[in-house]
Design a protein around this ligand. Structure first.
Ligand code: B4P
Length: 188
């Protein structure tokens, strides 16, 4: 049973690859970004609270995101395995995940890192802005998200890097299918 974490900077292809992986292996796709955007779209209390945070490129509080994950992994579709996309993003979130998984005796099987040149990341997200118009895909906010990634998420990835046999770093340049092929090889 696969339990994956997909890590990388904004625009590295996490959401894109997560959908392909989950479809191919019938595991649940857990994207904290999507969950937060759904809350915003439904105008829930939580959505109202986090809308300006997402639009600014900063991170939503650990407390909110950890609670979302704790509830989400209990759902029946996670029984066959799951892929975490965009979580954990801080050391506090990583500690909470460790505690949650060790309590349930279900260790992570793979951590996949996607590496992409920084200017390519900005270009990808600016291209997406033209198609989807996401509030956080302006150049100023994209740069802020990259800054937040380096300050808060990079240390989390460096922590997982030490897990030999579990951690795999993948070159995220190239077409979506080329990158997916490289991930599939690691998952085999
Ligand atoms: P996310 O939704 O996780 O946004 P993201 O990091 O930009 O990744 P996304 O999955 O959307 O993009 P992808 O790289 O696939 O987070 C958004 C916000 O939510 C955060 O800033 C934060 O405020 C909040 N949040 C989420 N999780 C949180 C947490 N745990 N704690 C606190 N706050 C949290 O794709 C980008 C673009 O590149 C797409 O247009 C795609 O088509 C393109 N692309 C992908 N692969 C490509 C390729 N190989 N070649 C060319 N283009 C490619």
């Amino acid at each position: 049973m696969a339990r994956l974490i997909l890590v990388g900077p904004p625009g590295s292809g996490k959401g894109t690859q997560a959908e392909k992986i989950c479809q191919a292996s019938s595991i649940a796709h857990i994207s904290t970004g999507n969950m937060l955007r759904e809350e915003i779209a439904s105008k829930s209390e939580l959505g109202k609270k986090v809308e300006s945070v997402l639009a600014s490129g900063k991170l939503v509080s650990d407390e909110i995101v950890i609670e979302l994950i704790q509830e989400r992994v209990k759902k029946p579709d996670c029984k066959n395995g799951f892929l975490l996309d965009g979580f954990p993003r801080t050391e506090t979130q990583a500690d909470a995940l460790d505690a949650l998984l060790s309590k349930s005796g279900i260790p992570i099987t793979h951590v996949i890192e996607l590496q992409v040149d920084e200017e390519d990341l900005v270009q990808r997200l600016l291209n997406r802005a033209k198609i989807e118009g996401r509030a956080d895909d302006t150049e100023e906010v994209i740069r802020k998200r990259l800054e937040v990634f380096h300050a808060q998420t990079k240390p989390v990835i460096d922590h997982y890097r030490k897990l030999s046999g579990v951690f795999h770093s993948i070159d995220g340049a190239g077409s979506v299918d080329e990158v997916f092929k490289k991930i599939e090889e690691k998952l085999r």
